[in-house]
Every structure is written in C-alpha cells, then in structure tokens.
Design a protein around this ligand. Structure first.
Ligand SMILES: C[S@@+](CC[C@H](N)C(=O)[O-])C[C@H]1O[C@@H](n2cnc3c(N)ncnc32)[C@H](O)[C@@H]1O
Length: 395
C-alpha cells in the first residue's frame, strides 16, 4: 500500500470507530524533532452537553493542556499531527487495536492486533446511551440528514440522534413486557419524516432479528413519498408508508401501535385505533392538548390553578394524559407515563405506554376517577372517551 494510503486507512479506522461507537482512545507518540516540548497527545471521546466530542490531552514536559473539539475538527488535527509532529498513532477500539508507525524516512507501517479493551469506558454514561442505533453504513440516517457519509452524526443533529436512541431504549424495554413472538406488526401513526419509524424498523428487524412489518401513516404525501424512497434505498422491504388520516385508518390485527407527536386529538384517534386493532403495545408521545384546554374555563370550575395561563396549560396536558392513561387501563392495558425527550425543548416530553394485560379490570373505580377529574376541572368530555363510547355503542 502507498504510504499516503496507509495514513488515510488509519484515519479511516478512527472515523469508523467513532461512527460505530467502538472508539476507546487514541495515542499519538514518538515525537518528531519539530515538536520537542510536546511529548504525547491522548485523545478520548467525551460527551459535552449531549454532543460527542474528542478531548485532546496535550502532554508537555512540565504540564498537560486539554482541549475539546468537534469530531470533524479532531480528525483534522490528528491528520495534521500524524507524520509531521508524531511518528506513531495507536488506536484502541473494542474490536481491535490499530497502530501506525512512521520510519525515520517517514514510511508508514500499519499493524492490527487483538483489542486491548473489550468495553467502552464505563464512566461515560451519556455515551453509553447513544449506542442503540449504529451509525456506520447506516443508509437511512444518512438519507434523513442525521449522519454524514462516514457515519458521523452531523452538527446540529445530536439532539435528534439522542431522541431516537432514547426512543429505542424505551421501546426495547417495553417490548420485553409485551411478550410478542417473532412476527411483529407495527403501525406508526403520524410518521412524519420517519426518523423514529426507520430506527424502530432497524432495531426490530436487524438488532432483534424479528420478522417485522412496519406501516407508517402520514397525511402529507410528500413525506410519504420521501420515506418510501429512503426505505427502498435502505433495503427495508417490510417498511411501507401510506398517505392517510389517522382517524380514517382501518387496521388489521396490529401488535404495536405508535403515535409520536401527532397533534392534539390525533393522538386519541391513534390510541383508539390501537385498542380496536387489539394492539399488545401502545406507545404515544402526545403533542398539543387543545381539546381539554378549551374546556377548562373559568366559570365551570373555581380551581385556583387555572387562574394562571401557564399553569392552566400544564394542567390541561396533565389532565388530558391522565385520562388517556386511565382509559387505556379501563381497556385492559397496564399503563405508565414516562419521560421522553423532546427535540423542541418544550415541556411536552412525556410518553404514554400501555401494555395489554390479562388481569381483571376495575372499571367502576377507573370511571369514577375519570368523572372526578372531569368535574374538578369543569370538563364536559374527553375526546378519547367519546371514541370509546362510540365503539361500545357500535356506532
Ligand atoms: C410533529 S410530527 C411527528 C413525526 C414523527 N412521529 C416524529 O415524532 O418524529 C407529526 C406528524 O403527524 C402528522 N399528522 C398529524 N395529524 C395527523 C393525522 N390526523 N393523520 C395523519 N397524519 C397526521 C403530521 O403531518 C406530522 O408529519
């Protein structure tokens, strides 16, 4: 291999390890004469404000200096230091060690060996959490603009990537409780640009090795067309997006119903469709809560919290979602409300998760709790309750 190609190949290994989240550390040593004070540079990944960076410790004869860089800047620096200031680079990943050594005539030699480390540094908790979705050779992350061609998460997309990983983390733990078999059908209502839909398909089909069918329903045709193209490019044969309105969707038996950030009562329509399709797992992240907020008005109730606009808003969210959770429980779902991550930095960062159970349900108790809440806040009706009543009356 040409000397330049060997150096490029070493830099490529570093990029790949970062993209694939297998990077442990890198040491630059064997200083060239041009860098007499600087003895070594130690490079390790750090997560700063949820962004993955490269931390460089410059070890001088009498002091250490530390600087943190974006991945792109860090790799550029390594490329510049290698061969000019340092004649050796030792890359440690959890898959292998790779060493490059330049002779005094600057001819490089590459050597691979078994990994010294088989775990990422355990103290780096934030980084551990970024691991659910692989970035290397990930076509959909690239097509969706989250990662670049080298599998590195782009500047400005770290929040989205973190949200996707959190979502898969939550989904994975709920899946264990849902006791589904190897064939899983999923419907994602209001799939949008598909960030979470693609990640879910990837996780189920490729990580969990399930035979999975995922359908994304989205009202905007342009997004549907875009997502279908990306699914084709990624080779995700059982991931299909269809244009439609959630309220009009007619679902066959569905195992998992997802609705993330579908606006206002579209979340209720989705939950209702999930219940009707006998979904074992229903997972939604509600968005705006207009339907209940409009009903909580002074006059119908003298509850002091509604005097303050912002608290009224928050109460509307809490009451809307509490009633949703209670209605799911009334339909036999073991329900939980958990924290999710919003990329918009709003308070709307929760998820309602319902796993179909087999136990007996105390309908009387649940409906009396719902009635009490409604009367406390002067609420005439909850949209999901109406849908379920309609269902019971077979309208
Ligand atoms: C805020 S985006 C969320 C997209 C995606 N679920 C996510 O969390 O990244 C909400 C999406 O739901 C779609 N949507 C809202 N109401 C809908 C409805 N009634 N039927 C179908 N799609 C709907 C919107 O067009 C939009 O693309």
């Amino acid at each position: 291999m040409e000397p330049k190609l060997k150096k490029d190949s070493f830099i490529g290994e570093i990029k790949e390890a970062i993209g694939n989240n297998t990077f442990v550390k890198l040491t630059l040593g064997k200083r060239a004469k041009k860098a007499p004070d600087l003895r070594n540079i130690y490079i390790r990944p750090v997560v700063i404000k949820d962004h993955l960076k490269l931390s460089f410790t410059y070890r001088y004869t009498s002091k250490d200096d530390v600087s943190n860089y974006t991945i792109e800047e860090g790799i550029k620096n390594i490329d510049e230091f290698l061969c000019k200031k340092f004649l050796s680079g030792h890359l440690f990943t959890i898959e292998k060690d790779v060493e490059i050594i330049f002779s005094h005539k600057l001819i490089p030699a590459l050597k691979e060996s078994r990994p010294t480390f088989n775990e990422l540094p355990s103290s780096d908790h934030d980084r551990e959490k970024l691991r659910f979705i692989r970035t290397k050779d990930n076509i959909y992350l690239r097509e969706l603009g989250i990662a670049n061609a080298e599998g590195i998460v782009k500047a400005g997309m770290h929040d989205k990537f973190r949200q996707i990983n959190k979502y898969i983390e939550i989904f994975g733990s709920l899946l264990k409780h849902a006791h589904l078999g190897d064939n899983i059908s999923v419907v994602d209502m209001g799939s949008g640009k598909g960030y979470l839909t693609f990640a879910l398909y990837d996780y189920l089909a490729n990580t969990m090795k399930k035979k999975v069918k995922v359908l994304g329903i989205e009202q905007r045709q342009a997004l549907v067309d875009f997502c279908n193209k990306v699914a084709e490019k990624a080779g995700f044969g059982n991931l299909v997006f269809k244009q439609g309105n959630i309220a009009d969707a007619s679902l066959e038996k569905t195992d998992v119903l997802i609705a993330l950030h579908a606006c206002d009562t579209a979340t209720d329509d989705a939950i209702y469709k999930g219940i009707k399709a006998d979904a074992s797992l229903i997972l939604c992240a509600p968005c705006c809560h207009k339907q209940i907020r409009k009903q909580i008005t002074q006059g119908k109730t003298d509850h002091p919290v509604i005097k303050f606009g912002i608290l009224k808003e928050r109460q509307a969210e809490i009451v809307t979602d509490t009633i949703r959770a209670l209605l799911l429980a009334a339909c036999g779902y073991k329900t939980n409300i958990i924290e999710f991550i919003s990329t918009e930095h709003t308070s709307k960062n929760i998820m309602i998760a319902g796993v179909k159970g087999k136990g007996k349900v105390d309908h009387k108790k649940i409906y009396s709790q719902i009635d009490k809440l409604k009367s406390q806040y002067g609420i005439e009706y909850h949209y999901l309750e109406r849908l379920l009543e309609k269902c019971e009356n077979n309208e």
